[in-house]
Write a protein that binds this ligand. Structure first.
Ligand SMILES: [Zn+2]
Length: 71
């Protein structure tokens, strides 16, 4: 665990306070790698695309409540 605050690189709406924290707004996991092959199943750019195209359009979307939409 580190003391730096990391704003979610995907949606910018969430600040991670510990490593491997998962953003509730887009599901991005802060693994410190930001690329495919880390804790996340998609690359950062794919997360961004999905957030812009789908997640942003869902009212009050949270990853825990809605999960991921089929793409
Ligand atoms: Zn996020």
């Amino acid at each position: 665990m580190n003391n730096q605050t990391d704003v979610c690189p995907v949606c910018g709406k969430y600040t991670f306070c510990e490593d491997f924290d998962i953003c509730p707004f887009c599901g991005w996991e802060d693994d410190g790698i930001c690329e495919e092959g880390g804790a996340n199943t998609l690359s950062l750019s794919d997360y961004k695309k999905r957030y812009e195209k789908y997640l942003k359009l869902i009212d009050n979307y949270t990853w825990e409540k809605h999960g991921y939409p089929e793409i």
